[in-house]
Write a protein that binds this ligand. Sequence first.
Ligand code: AMP
Length: 119
Amino acid sequence: MAKDTIFSKIIHGEIPADIIYQDEQTTAFRDIHPQAPTHILIVPNNVIPTVNDATPENEQILGHLFVVAAKIAKQEGIAESGYRLIVNCNKDGGQEVFHLHVHLLGGRRLGPMLTRQEE
Ligand code: AMP
C-alpha cells in the first residue's frame, strides 16, 4: 500500500484543514494557498500517489472524484458560472503532494489554461 501523506493526515483528522465534504471514499478541503475565490482539493481517502499509478481497480474512485466535484461546485454556487478541474502529475505537471487530488477552481474568470512556457 502507498505511504501516508500530509493529505492522509488531514483525512484522518491528525492535522487541521477546512474540510467541506467527506464520505467513505473521498475528502474535500480548501487549499491552504488558494489560487481563486474557490479552491478546493478533492482527494481519495486511500493514497494513489500520481495519475501514473492509477489502475483499473481505481476506476470507480476516479469517477467518484468528478461526481463529488460537481456536487461541491453546486454547493459553492459556481456550477453555472463555471470552474476548472486540474490534476497535476509529477515534476512537469507541477505536482507537490504525491497523493492524487483534483483541484476545483472557480469564482472568477480563470484565463488561459496554461501560462507561457518557462525557458
Ligand atoms: P499539487 O501541486 O497539485 O500537488 O497541489 C498541492 C496543493 O496542496 C497546493 O495547491 C497546496 O497549496 C496544497 N496544500 C499543501 N498542504 C496543504 C494543507 N496542509 N492544507 C491544504 N492544502 C494544502
